[in-house]
Design a binder for this molecule. Structure first.
Ligand code: 8OZ
Length: 368
């Protein structure tokens, strides 16, 4: 046992957490193919990981249009709500908390994944040099159709309904996915948003869609139950901005006014190195937010303890280590070795590489 705050209780807004170890949102592509619902398999997987103070679910589309990959779960239908209820029940039974990450992929999709084979939508008709998985193969993300301003209220309403569904499904709150080059991020950045209407151009305009989404979900949830994830310095999905420091300083100053549960930053490159571009200043961004700060990006035990004990951040979100270690918080607390990750079972498939990673106790039984 070590003398660190990492394993002590905390609050994320008005959500009480038993410790500061968070399970990061992780796309695993195992929802039921017929209806994009989570089911018993996801309940088992998340339940195994309920040693976390907080679990953030994998990104979940707010509408059929918001989908960008095969077998990702949704939160817009009754069947999906029923599936998520199984997940939230299992997590709560173990004293953990769970928020669902609300997602619209924007241009990171493909007509085969879209209702009626339609083109994916985005702020502007600019393709990302990215790929998605359509259920059979990896395909290039095509040039999207620029959203008509008249369509935007409908998407905002999809966020509101998804937030309401999250409540029905028993979640403790929601996380708005505004990171990694998906729809909200596409609006925020000048590389993907070339609009000449009220949603493009100035920072005030590029942040308008995000503010409308926040206002919609805050009509359903208290601000103390709503978190947000940003990735200011990431170029995931070929997202680009000419001045990320000032763009995200503006975004975070605006978000600060809402009194949210937490600000969650992918601190460097998504799923990759912690590099920050020249002119980037992470601590300056964090300092603009008065509430709970959650950091993610390649943390290990030592760096997580230092970051929390030094007060840089309040909560640490672990991604890949949580995939291969269902009992990650216990392993970290005991400074026990971690299971290695099998990269071949990350996306899609069944229980293999999903619910069959052993806990410490299971490994020591096997070793006897
Ligand atoms: C990996 C594969 C597909 C999607 C993200 C939701 O980067 C994702 C994602 C990650 O935020």
């Amino acid at each position: 046992m070590s003398d660190t705050k990492l394993f002590t209780p905390a609050k994320a807004g008005s959500i009480d957490l038993k410790n500061r170890v968070v399970m990061a949102p992780l796309t695993r592509n195992r929802a039921r193919a017929e209806d994009d619902s989570p089911f018993e398999l996801q309940a088992e997987y998340y339940g195994q990981r309920a040693g976390a103070g907080l679990i953030i679910t994998e990104a979940s589309q707010i509408s059929p249009q918001g989908k960008g990959y095969a077998w990702t779960p949704g939160i817009y239908s009754d069947a999906q709500v029923e599936g998520w209820k199984k997940v939230t029940d299992r997590i709560h039974a173990k004293g953990s908390k769970v928020v669902i990450q609300l997602w619209h992929v924007g241009r990171i999709s493909h007509p085969v994944l879209q209702p009626g084979g339609a083109d994916p939508v985005a702020p502007s008709a600019i393709a990302a040099k990215s790929k998605t998985f359509d259920g059979t193969q990896f395909v290039d993300t095509p040039t999207p159709r620029a959203l008509d301003a008249a369509e935007i209220p409908g998407i905002v309403e999809d966020y509101r309904k998804a937030a309401e569904n999250a409540k029905r499904a028993g979640f403790d709150g929601i996380e708005i996915h505004a990171a990694n080059g998906y729809l909200i991020d596409q609006f925020l950045r000048d590389g993907s948003n070339k609009r000449e209407d009220a949603y493009g151009g100035s920072l005030e305009n590029r942040t308008r869609f995000l503010r409308e989404v926040m206002d919609a979900v805050l009509s359903v949830w208290d601000a103390g139950k709503v978190g947000i994830r940003l990735s200011p310095f990431s170029n995931a999905n070929e997202i680009a901005d000419s001045a990320p420091q000032s763009t995200f300083a503006h975004v975070i100053k605006q978000l600060n006014g809402y009194g949210l549960a937490y600000l969650h930053l992918v601190e460097g490159q998504t799923g990759g190195p912690r590099d920050i571009p020249e002119g980037g200043d992470l601590s300056a961004l964090y300092s603009l937010f008065d509430g709970t700060k959650m950091g993610n990006n390649g943390y290990d035990r030592a760096s997580a303890i230092t970051a929390v004990d030094d007060g840089d951040i309040d909560l640490v979100a672990f991604g890949r280590p949580f995939i291969s270690n269902p009992d990650l918080p216990e392993r970290l607390e005991r400074d026990a070795p971690l299971n290695a990750l099998d990269p071949d079972t990350l996306y899609g498939g069944d229980s293999r590489g999903y619910t069959d990673y052993p806990t410490l106790a299971e490994s020591s039984v096997a070793a006897e």
